[in-house]
Ligand binder design. Sequence first.
Ligand code: NAP
Ligand code: G3H
Length: 478
Amino acid sequence: MTNIYQFYINGEWRDSSSNETVSITSPYLRKEIGKVQAISRDEVNEAIQAAKVSQKSWERLTVRERGEYLYKWTDELLAMKEEIAQIIMEEVGKGYNDAVKEVVRTVDLIRYTIEDAVHTHGESMTGENFVGGSKSKIAIVNRVPLGVVLAISPFNYPVNLAAAKIAPALITGNAVIFKPATQGAISGVKMIEALHKAGLPKGVLHLVTGRGSVIGDYLVQHSGIDMISFTGGTGTGMHIAEISNLIPLVMELGGKDPALVREDADLVFTAEQIVAGAYSYSAQRCTAIKRVLVNEKVADQLVSLLKTGVESLSVGSPEDNNTIVPLIDDRSADYVQELIDDALEKGATLVVGNKRESNLIYPTLLDHVTPDMRIAWEEPFGPVLPIIRVTSDEEAVTLSNESEFGLQASIFTKDIDKAFALTAQIEAGSVQINSRTERGPDHFPFIGIKHSGMGAQGIRKSLESMTREKVTVLNINN
Ligand code: NAP
Ligand code: G3H
């Protein structure tokens, strides 16, 4: 019998009154590793109601007092590091060492978030600067919490991307309703166990589990929610944006990050960066390099180097820290295979790969990909990389910008002036010069434009997005 995990409401662990659970199957063990509660609408109401009440007293604490709880949370997370990493590995199929790194990165992120919040302060202004103004009006501008934040996280970083929402929300005085990805919910339970052990006052955070397709719309449209911080697929994000109330939204969505390789690039270094950026964790990263736009003059050389790199990738179980691991489920593997088949049918060249064992897709490299192929535009979230040969920088920029996505892009070149000129033309939240695309360091702003998101994450940006300015005007009348 596998474990049945409870949900967390008002400082208690409970079974749902629905008497229903959702089974969690490991992507590589291919067997059930546990069940989580499928909570009811009444329980959602109860959680949000309790959050509303508790938020008031939580907000009244000083930022340092709130920080003390969060520091204890980081201590508990470190004490549970191996246990949490084991669950991440089993639940989402991430290599064990990377799962440990995820927990440690999360601790670093929470601690930096506390420190940044502690060093944030308001400002004051006087009326004298405006036309006809006077010094007798003084505005005190402080940041205040929004209320109850709904944090919805994806499967691929079940601890880190959840904490990147929970920590800034809590430190700034908000209460949190945390809805983890169902595949990732046991990892969510574990990280909240650590928060519970840290003694977080009851009612300040609630962990609500159940399928997004069942409770998602109800949560998102609930009048008790004051802000939504969402990370996940573009389709889900657009749906949430359409149905939610008039509340602030931060959305981090899908991507199709291009690597633009100019003819003057250091090709050995470029190939290493592209292989590392495109294939780790079987490319189940929003920031994975998802297409290469290479100048035709150096394309043969680059493809040959990439082929060598891809052939050397380790494939197999996450327990052995392989780079290429089974995808999160069979449906995801079917989708990746569809994209490969479509490209090959339309004339792409298979350089390496196109081998599959159920949900394990071997690393695949496709050359001579053209714009009529789906793989040129769609996000596979699996280990297949298309190479599109271009004749000029202008063509690379045009293809880059024709994508519906705009998360990150990489430019590989030795000409720094050209790199800056191209950066200015590329439609993306961030452009990396001579590096693979990646989110960290986690205090950098992390921004998706177009269908890659709205608003910004990154520690300071998250603190800002979960608070609003409040102005108190002092009028001196004598
Ligand atoms: P997903 O299927 O969109 O799910 C994301 C979250 O949304 C899950 O918690 C899911 O719950 C929930 N959800 C589903 N339907 C909902 C609804 N109607 N209302 C509210 N919540 C709902 O995404 P995923 O497969 O977990 O993650 C992969 C995608 O996320 C990729 O496209 C990737 O690029 C993107 N991503 C983006 C970033 C970024 O920062 N830009 C980071 C990581 C991932 P259930 O699991 O219960 O369905
Ligand atoms: O999947 C999306 C994550 O935000 C990517 O983070 O670039 O550190 O892998 P990463």
